[in-house]
Design a protein around this ligand. Structure first.
Ligand code: MN
Length: 260
């Protein structure tokens, strides 16, 4: 089994090193890392189209790219690797990617890039920043991957890839209750923008932090993670609001040329 590993925190982040080491230790598994040179958190699925990308290799074998998480997976799958991996994993991210975080997350973006190429993919995050109990998160990630390994070739042969978003609580191993399948919750709108004066007297703006959870009822990722579960949320990519197709049909019909 061949696993491509990417992340959004950069190739030197402790999270990707821990994930690499944990997956490399699985039997019959080969791993390869292609990850951003610098922190690319919140870059979502962005691709770099207007500047060249360079790939370098670190002493530990990790390859790093002056681009986004999705760039890394994209170029890996379209020529850099020279083979098709069985699985794409991303992370382990420094902080939660729950609810609408998944729209912005570069960790999810890297995994989604693999999914869009028809390859099963998993995005791993720890629910708090700071890498506490990272060894536990890496062990839980490896446990899930090992469980899924036998199903991977069939998923690709049937052209039925899947995309999982996994959040692991920052807890000692004994306090993690296990895995729970959840839906995404929702956060409040983000905190206000932060305004500062630069040393040269100009006004600078910093994007505010993500808001607290708003929809965190039973069944959501927020709820389960707070209870001490590692959460598994299967994601889909189709953003169509299928329920609202009939609602918008009269608008289209009433516009010029409508109903033709
Ligand atoms: Mn990140």
């Amino acid at each position: 089994m061949k696993i491509l590993i990417a992340n959004d925190d950069g190739f030197q982040a402790p999270g990707i090193v821990a994930l690499h080491d944990a997956l490399k230790a699985l039997p019959d598994v080969e791993v390869e890392v292609v990850a951003p040179e610098h922190n690319n958190s919140a870059k979502s699925n962005a691709l770099t189209l207007h500047s060249p990308l360079y790939v370098h290799q670190a002493a530990n074998g990790f390859r790093y790219v002056n681009g986004t998480p999705a760039d890394c997976v994209h170029i890996a799958l379209t020529g850099l690797l020279g083979y098709r991996p069985d699985l794409v994993v991303s992370g382990i991210n420094n902080g939660a990617n729950m609810g609408d975080d998944t729209i912005y997350s570069g960790t999810v973006g890297a995994a989604m890039e693999g999914y869009l190429f028809g390859i099963p993919a998993i995005a791993f995050s720890q629910t708090e920043k700071g890498w506490k109990h990272l060894d536990v998160a890496a062990a839980k990630a490896a446990e899930l991957v090992q469980q899924l390994l036998p199903s991977l070739p069939e998923a690709q042969r049937r052209q039925e890839p899947w995309l999982l978003n996994v959040n692991i609580p920052c807890l000692p191993l004994a306090q993690i209750k296990g895995f729970k399948v959840t839906r995404l919750g929702r956060r409040h709108a983000a905190e206000p923008v932060i305004r500062q004066e630069s040393p040269r007297g100009e006004t600078m703006f910093w994007i505010g932090g993500a808001g607290p959870a708003r929809d965190d009822v039973d069944g959501t990722d927020f709820h389960a993670a707070l209870q001490g579960f590692a959460t598994i949320t299967p994601l889909q990519v189709d953003l169509t609001d299928h329920d609202r197709l009939p609602y918008w049909a009269p608008t289209a019909a009433s516009l010029s040329g409508g109903g033709a």
